[in-house]
Design a protein around this ligand. Structure first.
Ligand code: KG4
Ligand code: ZN
Length: 355
């Protein structure tokens, strides 16, 4: 029997049986090689994340070629471990999901190739997942959030305001016009000689600093705009550091970190507030790597309390890249029977609206 027919048969059997659906999900879009087994899109049965952080730290950022090689070395080990920890064999899995876009192209290919191979060998449905849909559905794992809701996705590669109207249907209300919020954290951390990844290091330092030491610019881009821009803020911090250095003043790193973090969070919250008011949505999801930031989580809570809106934020460990979130998003596609075929490939860029 051909793969397509076997796949349909597997799907029909799963639906007829009425039993739980187990999805094996794979993520390799950037610098984490990850696999997870998820039950019914909500329960994390196992999750394994192999971070390449130490390999990239000495370069001060992710090196695509280093990432691809590390994924090749790790992928089979990580997938095996996820199955072993879940105590399930491939025969006890109902579908294979993988991040297919956006991301580093070489890195994506590794995960997509592994997923296609497994799906074909086991005759299982294959589901391609948009990385940002994964970040957004991480909230479903922690919080059981249901559409409609507004999502603020803040990661190393993206800063976006998304409107999820019905399950799986995502519209984009705003995005960054230049740097992503996480990218700004990483660049400022590098300028302060803190290391990589910058977000958690800035956060730690900011805890000891004065957020009002310097008033850094917060680009609003017009009263109604839901777009973001962080390049002006980044330049202002770099200029401040340069001036201090030339005047041979001591750089108050903690105060600068706190002032920078305050500016980023303020602008994120201002835009989220405008989007909530414009749409009238009653739930806000904040997700992506930067959502691990405690100050951002606290400010989001205050905003939602003020507007009487429900806040859903993934557990801290689910904010940064992992495969559990990919399994959660894939379940939405599974229920809608939206399967990929063997032409599925990694793509560096792709629209969330057509995921
Ligand atoms: O979502 P993610 O793991 O990968 C991408 O899809 O980009 O996000 C990584 C980004 C990095 O820029 C990192 O510095 C930032 O999230 N990040 C944080 C924190 N933890 C991670 N930014 C601020 N505060 C944090 N605690
Ligand atoms: Zn991510």
């Amino acid at each position: 029997m051909r793969w397509n027919e076997r796949m349909q048969q597997h799907y029909e059997e799963d639906i007829r049986s009425g039993g739980p659906t187990y999805i094996l999900a794979i993520e390799s879009s950037c610098d984490e090689t990850a696999a997870a087994v998820i039950r019914d899109g909500r329960v994390i049965v196992s999750s394994v994340v192999a971070s390449q952080m130490t390999s990239h730290a000495r370069f001060g950022g992710v090196v695509p070629e280093v990432a691809s090689r590390a994924h090749v070395e790790q992928i089979s080990v990580v997938i095996d471990e996820a199955l072993v920890k879940a105590n399930r064999s491939l025969e006890e899995i109902q579908a294979i999901a993988v991040t297919s876009c956006p991301g580093l192209i070489g890195a994506l290919f590794v995960g997509v190739t592994a997923a296609k191979t497994l799906a074909q060998v086991a005759g299982l449905p294959l589901i391609g997942v948009h990385h940002l849909a994964g970040h957004l559905y991480a909230a479903a794992l922690s919080d059981g959030v249901e559409p409609p809701f507004l999502a603020l996705i803040v990661s190393g590669g993206h800063t976006e305001l998304l409107h999820v109207s019905v399950e799986g249907k995502i519209g984009r209300l705003g995005k960054t016009r230049d740097d992503a919020a996480g990218e700004a954290f990483d660049k400022i951390a590098r300028a302060l000689d803190l290391g990589y990844p910058g977000g958690p290091l800035i956060e730690r330092l900011a805890n000891q600093g004065d957020p009002h030491y310097v008033t850094f610019p917060q680009a609003k881009l017009g009263d109604d705009s839901l777009d973001f821009s962080f390049s002006g803020l980044k330049s202002a911090v770099l200029l401040h550091l340069d001036r201090a250095k030339r005047a041979e003043q001591t750089v108050r790193k903690a105060d600068i970190a706190a002032s920078f973090q305050h500016a980023v969070i303020s602008v994120l919250m201002a835009k989220a507030k405008t989007a909530l008011q414009q749409t009238g949505l009653q739930t806000l999801v904040v997700a992506g790597g930067v959502a691990a930031n405690a100050a951002l989580r606290e400010e989001a809570k205050q905003l939602c309390d003020e507007l009487h809106v429900r806040l859903a934020v993934p557990d801290v460990w689910l904010c940064t890249d992992n495969a559990a979130m990919i399994g959660a998003a894939a379940y939405v596609r599974y229920k809608q029977r939206k399967f990929a075929d063997l032409t599925l490939t990694g793509q560096a860029e792709c629209s969330i609206e057509q995921w």
